[in-house]
Design a binder for this molecule. Structure first.
Ligand code: NDP
Length: 328
């Protein structure tokens, strides 16, 4: 079987030589373990942070060891109670064609109505991130105007639609291409969207603002623009700052932080894993929205473990619309 290792820590933007495709043999199954054949794995921007040797909310990836991440697949062998051969499960040992996992660390999935990949995206921690950020962190209220960056990505496309479903008055998104912008306004029901390459973000946002809630996936110029256009007592759910993930220089933050004082804004960061207590409420609502078509999602697939690194580099640079996944 094959797996992908971190060969060295990327400096700035990762390159293919930072990774290594390794052929290995599987260990025998221990008591309580299952053997899973990975069908689909997720590649996510947060993995870039785990490639640095830095203290964070998750430990860094080890060098010369397989990478990890969310994946779904079929159980080929089981020595775990309650998990049968043929079950489809979610687990955390992606980046490999087969995984030997503790039965306690897998979740059985109901794939009778939805493909398993849905649980890596809109009905997985991606969708939960959107829900937590809007409801618990930003405390979005009926009728408010919401701005989301990275809006055509996995989290962002859920944020905009959920904001609408939860009663936002107006939803504005920014994304990196004209095609993505059309998807947001024509298919997903965003009221307005713009390509952030078209002039200054603050000017473009100003054409549609002001806003009450900013869901930040990007940081940098986007955050500065949002601070300028937030109403008094506006809230920012700080979810991610992808504009800086490959920037080792730690560029200075927004220049207009005094406006946070003047407008009495609240900026709060969050990590989805702290909020699993909202998971069942989320699955109930989002499951119904997906089933009745009111919450749409798109997946961009790469095929084969050979293309997983390319897919990961792609998600950092905007090659995806919706959720970036690798089919094995
Ligand atoms: P996405 O599907 O949104 O993919 C990342 C997207 O970011 C790309 O498609 C690209 O789209 C955009 N992007 C890349 N570089 C830049 C840039 N310099 N400026 C603006 N946009 C850029 O990934 P996810 O939905 O998985 O993640 C979105 C964000 O949410 C990330 O910041 C991630 O770290 C964060 N996150 C946080 C979690 C938490 O618990 N706090 C949990 C999950 C995700 P484009 O073409 O538009 O540039």
């Amino acid at each position: 079987t094959r797996e992908i290792h971190l060969a060295r820590r990327p400096s700035g933007a990762p390159v293919p030589d930072d990774f290594r495709l390794v052929t290995t043999t599987l260990p025998d199954l221990g008591e309580g373990e299952v053997l899973v054949r990975t069908d689909v794995m997720s590649v996510d921007p947060y993995m870039r942070g785990r490639m640095n040797d830095a203290k964070s909310y998750v430990p860094p990836f080890a060098l010369d060891a397989p990478l990890e991440g969310a994946a779904v697949g079929e159980v080929l062998e089981s020595r775990a109670e309650g998990i049968e051969v043929g079950d489809t499960v979610l687990h955390g040992l992606g980046w490999r064609e087969h995984a030997v996992v503790s039965g306690k660390a897998v979740r059985r999935l109901d794939v009778s109505t939805l493909p398993a990949s849905t649980y890596l995206g809109v009905l997985g921690s991606t969708g939960l991130t959107a829900y937590v950020g809007l409801t618990r962190i930003a405390e979005m209220k009926q009728g408010e105007t919401v701005f989301v960056s990275g809006a055509a990505g996995a989290v962002g496309s859920s944020v905009g639609q959920m904001a609408r479903l939860l009663g936002a008055g107006k939803v504005i998104g920014s994304a990196g291409s004209a095609d993505k912008v059309s998807w947001l306004t024509d298919d997903l029901g965003f009221d307005a969207a713009f390509d952030y390459h078209d002039g200054r973000v603050s000017d473009r946002l100003g054409e549609h603002g002001p806003v009450d809630v900013y869901f930040d996936n990007v940081g940098g110029e986007h955050l500065e623009a949002a601070i300028t256009h937030l109403n008094d007592f506006g809230r920012v759910a700080v979810c991610g700052m992808i504009a800086g993930y490959n920037d080792p220089s730690q560029a200075a933050g927004p220049r207009n932080m005094m406006m946070v004082v003047q407008k009495r804004l609240r900026l709060q960061g969050f990590i989805v894993t702290d909020h699993y207590d909202l998971a069942s409420e989320f699955y109930e609502k989002a499951g119904a929205w997906v089933a009745d078509g009111s919450l749409k999602h798109r997946e961009t697939f790469a095929d084969g473990l050979d293309h997983a690194v390319e897919a990961f580099l792609g998600v950092l640079s905007g090659a995806n619309t919706g959720k970036m996944l690798v089919r094995l």
